[in-house]
Design a binder for this molecule. Structure first.
Ligand SMILES: Cc1cc2nc3c(=O)[nH]c(=O)nc-3n(C[C@H](O)[C@H](O)[C@H](O)COP(=O)(O)OP(=O)(O)OC[C@H]3O[C@@H](n4cnc5c(N)ncnc54)[C@H](O)[C@@H]3O)c2cc1C
Length: 449
């Protein structure tokens, strides 16, 4: 049988969802994969400083769940064992949007899971730790990448190890899953290459999150609630999902400086002022299990590595290092896992070539935009707010009207509802909305609106 190996040593920077899933994809193709993580990694699902977003609601889209199952067969059962709450798509989350309070709840035919971000990451980490040729090194902060003298190839990393000593590790491939991409951008600058062009959508979205025990008299017609404001007048929304351990996590937030207060009273007042009372009524007498935590997200960033003219051999940024999405749409972990699947597919294909690592990054960059376009088109909706910074798409108004009519059709027709949920869960590309028969039906609705 032909070898699937493409190199001896791979290094992954960061043990978040991007780094762990990348390690899973790399393992069959390298003799050893070392994952270097600056944090001490908890021995149970728990928050850690390197992922300050983790105490907030993290929805796992069905595409992400399936990608994780592709990388780690049987992963869905790991989630179930970790206490994840099964959610019937279209049925178990009450969605409240202007004109639809609630949007029709129907069983669309598949099951997703709600679980905390630390528990998802912990489940993935256990799978990675079970891979014989993957070494997970905690308290190792990568300081810089090492290159050949001419800077045309990355040859390893320099890092501070868990004893506080400097150490280097040579590698055939370095994957930058550090979240911010600062190491890759620093490397490009140090070798005199231009940074990738960026598309940005500035939103200044502020989160406030708290966790509650689910009371015995909790409503039975939903397991979670998503409440949208009346955009563009009010950008306030809320998402409450169940978690392992019979808990609810409720995150509220607003755009452009409309921030939930950090004290409990202010947080509950903010909840009471949402467009609908459903979440407030559910939590107002529930036992609070944690203090309110907050997070501010400045904006979505898409770094267009695919437009660069040449890229150092032996280096690959992945996940948030390429694209950070507005978290309110719940896409980042799922796109990270999808990118890891793409990496695995490419490595399997390129392993047959004489110099696989010469073409890995260009091939990856060429195919990643197809994964990002659909979730990014959702982030474009943020231009509904006049204060949003960035280049508003020329067809924004038309897209918005089409979307409103499509939503109306989805409320009336279960098949269209299912299609929109499949796009929202990144199971199908947004291009399915260009189907001529569907377009005709949407135009007919638009004519009546
Ligand atoms: C408030 C908020 C809510 C979100 N909600 C959702 C959601 O509902 N659903 C969803 O799918 N996504 C959500 N996301 C996005 C999601 O968290 C990320 O997209 C996802 O975790 C993938 O990120 P990553 O692995 O690239 O980076 P990260 O998760 O940021 O991980 C990067 C890792 O690299 C480590 N690291 C950084 N620098 C170094 C270094 N120099 N050396 C060694 N290690 C280093 C960090 O400690 C960290 O462990 C949310 C994000 C935010 C901010």
């Amino acid at each position: 049988m032909a070898s699937t190996l493409v190199g001896k040593q791979a290094v992954v920077i960061g043990a978040g969802i991007g780094g762990l899933t990348a390690a899973g994809a790399l393992a069959p193709h390298f003799e050893e994969v070392a994952v270097l993580e600056r944090d001490a990694l908890p021995t149970e699902p728990a928050h850690r400083p390197g992922t300050p977003q983790a105490p907030h609601v993290h929805a796992l889209l069905t595409s992400g769940q399936r990608a994780l199952g592709e990388l780690f067969p049987g992963f869905e059962q790991d989630l179930v064992r970790a206490g994840a709450v099964p959610l019937r798509a279209g049925l178990d989350i009450r969605v409240e949007r202007p004109g639809y309070d609630p949007f029709p709840q129907r069983d669309l035919g598949w099951v997703g899971y709600a679980i905390s971000r630390p528990a998802i990451e912990f489940a993935v980490r256990r799978r990675v730790q079970g891979l014989a040729n993957v070494v997970l090194r905690q308290r190792c902060r990568v300081q810089e990448m090492l290159t050949t003298a001419e800077g045309t190839a990355v040859t390893g990393v320099r890092f501070e190890n868990d004893d506080g000593a400097g150490e280097t590790l040579a590698a055939d491939l370095v994957v930058d899953a550090s979240g911010r991409g600062a190491l890759t951008l620093g490397l490009l600058q140090s070798i005199g290459r231009p940074p990738p062009e960026e598309t940005t959508i500035g939103v200044d979205f502020s989160y406030g999150t708290c966790v509650f025990a689910i009371p015995n008299d909790a409503p039975t017609d939903w397991k979670g609630v998503m409440t949208f404001g009346q955009a563009p007048q009010s950008a306030r929304g809320g998402l409450m999902l169940p978690l392992e351990g019979n808990r609810w996590m409720a995150s509220f937030g607003g755009f452009h400086g409309d921030a939930p207060p950090g004290d409990v009273e202010g947080y509950l007042t903010y909840a009471r002022e949402l467009r609908t009372p459903t979440i407030y009524n559910a939590i107002k007498h529930a036992t609070r299990l944690r203090e309110v935590v907050r997070y501010r997200f400045r904006g979505s960033i898409w770094r267009h590595f695919e437009r660069l003219d040449g890229f150092p051999r032996g280096l690959l940024p992945i996940a948030d290092a390429i694209c950070q999405f507005n978290p309110v749409y719940g896409q980042g972990m799922s796109v990270a896992a999808q990118e890891a699947c793409l990496l695995g597919t490419l490595l399997a294909r390129l392993a047959r070539e004489s110099d696989p690592l010469a073409t890995l990054a260009p091939s990856f960059f060429a195919e990643v935009p197809a994964l990002i376009e659909t979730p990014w088109s959702v982030a474009n909706l943020d231009f509904i707010y006049p204060d949003t910074r960035g280049q508003r798409p020329a067809d924004f108004e038309a897209t918005l009207k089409f979307g409103m009519a499509l939503t109306r059709l989805a409320a009336e027709d279960a098949a269209v509802h299912k299609l929109t949920a499949e796009v929202q869960h990144l199971l199908k590309p947004r291009s399915v909305y260009r189907d001529p028969a569907l377009v005709q039906r949407v135009l007919a609705v638009m004519a009546k609106m």
